[in-house]
Design a protein around this ligand. Sequence first.
Ligand SMILES: NC(=O)c1ccc[n+]([C@@H]2O[C@H](COP(=O)([O-])OP(=O)(O)OC[C@H]3O[C@@H](n4cnc5c(N)ncnc54)[C@H](O)[C@@H]3O)[C@@H](O)[C@H]2O)c1
Ligand SMILES: [Fe+2]
Length: 387
Amino acid sequence: MRFSMRTKLITGYGCLDQLGEAVRSFGVKKVMLCTDSFLAQTPAAAAIQTQLAGAGVSCEVYTQLQPEPIDVDCDRGAAFCKEQGVELIVALGGGSVMDQSKAMAAIVTNGKSCRELDDVPIPKRMLPLICVPTTAGTGSEVTFVSVITNTQDQYKMTIMDADSLSPDVAVCDPALLTTLPPKLVASCGVDALTHAIEAYTSAVANPISSALALQAMEMIAQNLKRCWETPSDREAQSAMMLASTMAGAAFINSDVGAVHAVAETVGVAYHIPHGVANSLFLPYVMEFNRAGNEAYYARIAHRLGAAEPGAGDGENAKRSIRFVEELIAQLKIPAFASFPQVDPADFEALAARAAKSPMSLDNRKPIETEDYVRILRDAYQSKKIYR
Ligand SMILES: NC(=O)c1ccc[n+]([C@@H]2O[C@H](COP(=O)([O-])OP(=O)(O)OC[C@H]3O[C@@H](n4cnc5c(N)ncnc54)[C@H](O)[C@@H]3O)[C@@H](O)[C@H]2O)c1
Ligand SMILES: [Fe+2]
């Protein structure tokens, strides 16, 4: 068994004020703050710059980062980083900013292009990286993977290495979630829930990843809706921030499965954000996996607070799926058919691509093209499973 978690975690409401100290401990003089143009205007970005100035560290602000990052932007950002003689990157943002920052930091030290880093061991450790997540979803602040779209072949690459790509420090301040719009609270939260469920049910799960995944599920079930309803609910924000980090640590040491395989395929084809794409397919993949694996899904129902005391695993497995279906409906995440660019004539080709994804291999149950076609069709019709 292998379990890796080499990122130092700093958590808690207001912990962003420890960032300057964290940077100082690296003894560097030149830092780049990577963020997007919206987040660059927030008090968090200003606070980081003030702390760095206070620590006597010069800071270049780089904002050429877009949601769902692409290879050429990573290459361009890395070249700029090199030109500026940057010694450490602070990434302020969601999964997109953190993933692009990881890729840039690895391109700089390895002297390769982004596409050359796809699916190979990364020989040299990336530049020091401190992640400051502003969404509760991806867990990228502790994962050693960077998910970047290959614009030549239109798929999401997996740039991954436990030693070279683990962020050095994650500063997880739930106060940064206050500005997150409810629709992003919802979709990012379901991404974290998907990480937990897929990590727990993966064919390559281990006892440590499963413990983290189960605890994350429980925290998400109790706090995601609260966070979505009440942007001032500090307790719920704190729980969601922590749960998303835990779910990240779980899946990176286990794997994700068929939900991510189909969501990433569909997300790239139709430009649907990652969390939304996961929400479209999670209940249908759970239903596909359920038969023969009732004990897993019954355990999930217990942790989601959805189990019927005294009912058997068969009944409780179904209840886990009903809970997830209802949660996604309550969070008002858009339906698959509401995206005008989605064309059912594409489903065969998308299904074939999802079936070839390495994530399909670690799914609880072997899954083939025709299974994905059914899942895509059911999702397109918003077919009710147990509701
Ligand atoms: N590396 C990993 O382990 C991992 C895991 C899952 C997903 N991902 C990747 O992460 C990306 C998705 O990341 P995400 O879901 O965090 O969203 P995101 O980073 O794409 O951000 C979405 C939008 O939210 C805005 N935003 C972020 N924080 C905000 C805040 N606090 N207040 C207001 N607006 C805010 C951003 O400006 C952006 O426009 C995808 O590319 C996905 O493939 C990576
Ligand atoms: Fe994800």
